[in-house]
Design a protein around this ligand. Structure first.
Ligand SMILES: *Cc1c(COP(=O)(O)O)cnc(C)c1O
Length: 255
């Protein structure tokens, strides 16, 4: 049985399941906020400078609604089809929608309709597609240039997680800045699976500074997930993308 089956069924049992899920999310959110506050304190940073994005991929719209009721303002998704449906189901909520997954150019039209900030902009062709679609929608879509922090892929083999080579980031940023429908807000990265996340996020910070030197408004550094958010906070992250620490384990077959 899936969570949708539980919350979609009628009766008192379903009511209880909805209540239990909300209490679970409330407890997870409180624990996560404490964890972020402790990380900020240890790093000598103000918690107000570190924003939380709830990555709700694979979880139902009812969880997004529950999180919004608990004060979450930002949600992230990594697949267009799922994100579009959830954003439509939650259109009445005052949420900022983040697209954090690898993005194919042919999905730009859909994403430009609902995304407020696209974290995974990593090539000029995608920039042009997103820009054209955002203009057609009469929207201004925020963009982060995704940076590939995988040292192995310096040899030319792109890592499985996407992202521009650090040497190409400024060119992608320039392309975003030239697009009327887009707004350059900063950079994003996923730490490599292997190795020290502090070292990886320090490399991201150096790239972020170069982008910010050219575009003063591009101050966002999206880094850090459930497993490495302390390292991200130490290395200057302004936005954390947290899934499992907030929503519990995803179905291992998806997401
Ligand atoms: C799923 C995902 C996250 C959240 O990961 P957790 O380990 O569940 O916190 C963050 N960023 C991206 C790009 C993701 O795809």
């Amino acid at each position: 049985m899936t969570r949708d089956d539980i919350t979609g069924a009628g009766g008192a049992g379903a009511q209880e399941a909805v209540f239990a899920r909300r209490e679970r999310l409330r407890a997870n959110l409180a624990a996560l906020r404490e964890r972020v506050a402790a990380a900020c304190a240890a790093a000598g940073r103000s918690p107000e400078d570190v924003h939380l994005i709830a990555v709700t991929k694979t979880f139902p719209a009812s969880d997004v609604r529950a999180l919004a009721g608990l004060g979450v303002t930002d949600v992230g998704e990594n697949r267009d089809q799922e994100a579009a449906a959830k954003a439509a189901a939650c259109a009445d909520l005052p949420l900022r929608w983040h697209f954090v997954g690898q993005l194919q150019t042919n999905k730009a039209r859909s994403v430009a309709r609902y995304a407020d900030l696209v974290h995974s902009v990593d090539r000029e062709r995608l920039v042009r597609a997103l820009g054209a679609r955002a203009r057609a929608e009469g929207r201004r879509v925020g963009c982060l240039v995704q940076v590939n922090l995988d040292l192995d892929s310096a040899a030319g083999v792109l890592g499985p997680r996407g992202g521009a080579d650090p040497a190409d980031v400024l060119a992608v940023a320039d392309a975003v800045a030239e697009e009327e429908g887009l707004l350059l807000e900063g950079v994003m990265a996923v730490a490599p699976r292997e190795g020290d996340p502090d070292a990886a996020f320090a490399r991201l910070y150096a790239v972020a500074e170069r982008v910010r030197d050219r575009y003063a408004q591009a101050r966002t550094i999206s880094a850090g997930m459930s497993g490495d958010l302390e390292a991200a906070v130490r290395q200057g992250a302004t936005h954390l993308r947290v899934g499992t620490a907030l929503l519990d384990d995803r179905n291992p077959n998806v997401g």
